[in-house]
Design a protein around this ligand. Structure first.
Ligand SMILES: [Zn+2]
Length: 277
């Protein structure tokens, strides 16, 4: 059963747009796996909902743990015990795994890899303290801490508690936020001091219309969705979804949930594409 709206790619070329995020992950994965880096890659990814932050981040985290990683293509194998773990954030306390990392001289080193996801939308102060206590272990292990929807912490003045750990803990901190700088936005701007703890600050990039049409055709093909007059329907979908891939996936999901598996122009025209802010 496909969960289309929470789809995670299996190869980098299945991610449309977001070139800066891809570049960040390729460099980070290389440096961590080949050169032994364990910190210095703090990332703050910002951009509106459904523009691909979580799927790119989740996929990048998977690449770090793959037991048969392909450095030519930078793609994971998709079948090892790490690739088949549930990487979704919710209902997930995180996990740890031992991964053999092979360096430039092809010497293999077993590395304990800890993944700690933090859902900032429903984190209490006690939860945060508890998480920080568990994360604070100084050794050669690889630690990835993913703070999802981090602006929710600043709204409750809890971001300050993270300033020191962000700087001092030997880990890779990845944060995402739907906050965009715009008047009338409900999101609280992230504190400058907090933002400065992240060396890499990347805003999601939308694909252009042509890229999005090709991507939609590939997804339909992959999921067995037939498209009525694709030369009209797919460009119209790309346009109506404000070029936001995750919004277009809602309509593909509707088509996939029909017995006929048929995507029609009428479905594209009838769907309401509401931006969150
Ligand atoms: Zn794998």
């Amino acid at each position: 059963m496909k969960d289309i709206e929470r789809w995670i790619p299996e190869r980098w070329d299945q991610i449309v747009g977001n070139n800066a995020l891809k570049e960040y992950f390729w460099d980070m994965i290389w440096c961590v796996r080949k050169e032994g880096h364990r910190s210095g890659f703090n990332l703050l990814a910002t951009g509106p909902s459904r523009t691909g932050k979580t799927s790119a981040i989740t996929f990048g985290i998977k690449c770090l743990g793959c037991l048969n990683f392909d450095f030519e293509t930078m793609n994971p194998c998709g079948t090892c015990k790490c690739c088949t773990l549930n990487h979704h954030l919710y209902g997930n306390e995180g996990w740890e795994n031992v991964v053999d990392y092979e360096d430039e001289r092809e010497v293999s080193t077993p590395v304990r890899y800890h993944y700690n996801p933090v859902d900032c939308t429903r984190l209490s102060e006690a939860d945060l303290e508890d998480k920080l206590a568990r994360i604070r272990v100084c050794n050669e292990d690889l630690r990835i801490i993913y703070l999802d929807e981090v602006h929710r912490l600043s709204r409750r003045f809890m971001d300050e508690r993270l300033l020191k750990p962000l700087e001092d803990f030997p880990a890779i901190w990845i944060a995402s936020s739907a906050y965009v700088k715009r008047d009338g936005d409900n999101g609280q701007p992230l504190d400058k001091m907090f933002q400065n703890r992240f060396t890499f600050r990347i805003t999601t990039q939308l694909p252009n219309l042509d890229q999005l049409v090709i991507w939609l055709a590939e997804r339909c093909h992959e999921w067995g969705i037939r498209v009525e007059t694709p030369e009209v329907t797919l460009p119209r979908l790309a346009e109506r979804c404000h070029q936001i891939p995750g919004m277009a996936l809602q309509v593909l999901n509707k088509a996939h949930k029909r017995r006929s598996k048929l995507l029609t122009l009428a479905m594209v025209e009838e769907h309401t594409f509401d931006l969150d802010e």
